[in-house]
Design a protein around this ligand. Sequence first.
Ligand code: SAH
Length: 261
Amino acid sequence: MTRRPTFPARIDFSQGQPAPARKAGVMATEVPRRGALERIPLGPQGLGMDSAAVRASMVQKLAAQGVADPAVLRAMNAVERHRFVEPALVNQAYEDTSLPIGLGQTISKPNVVARMIELLRHGVPGKMGRVLEIGTGCGYQAAVLCQLATEVYSIERLRGLHDKARENLRPLRLANLHLLFGDGMAGFAKGAPYAAIIAAAGGEAVPPAWLDQLAQGGRLVAPMVTATGQQALVVIDKTSDGLKQTVLEAVHFVPLKSGIA
Ligand code: SAH
């Protein structure tokens, strides 16, 4: 098992009180107020940086870029993204960039993760119910979803990444997470119906199984190749009047593939 580098110091935002013990990886902290952040000297890129402060700065950038849902910002602040990237890329973990996670796949940019989850929640107060994620990858987005949903089912078709995600997520002890190995094109019928479905890989069309497994009133957010041949984010709502599809901005996701490997 490769050991992930850890960060030396933790800064507590509660005015000089010692920081309470927290579960590794996920911290249920509030997004720090601007004033608190300004008092924190951010170290040079990477070496010696404090992960909580750098993550808080990432969250402030997400808010400045238009992510408005406080629950999403809190979840992005709580999950330590640096635990999910290769040791050599740890210095870039809080930059708004996608990064390779092995086997030709990538962890999405924080901005895209936050944007998609904000769309998925669409301002509904409280936690989402059961959520299905297609494309576990390194497990980062699954950890963020676990902050915001009662149950998360995350499925990955590549055994190597499924195993890596399990290893990355183990220290977080997320009791509401179900990691599955299989072809997500078929969804996961045993967990259905889902209040929300989110895909981290884009196909030519949304597989019918996903729509079948979406609850009435549920929402699906996925990258999909549209009429122009470009990939775009697509939102599908299952309403009492049928399916309502909205095509949003262009995105660049890895392809949705069938079968396992
Ligand atoms: N959410 C991930 C992003 C990983 S990239 C993260 O936070 O790291 C998308 C992932 O989708 C890849 O790991 C790819 O293997 C996976 N994928 C592609 N097609 C799939 C399918 N049919 N079923 C399950 N996973 C799939």
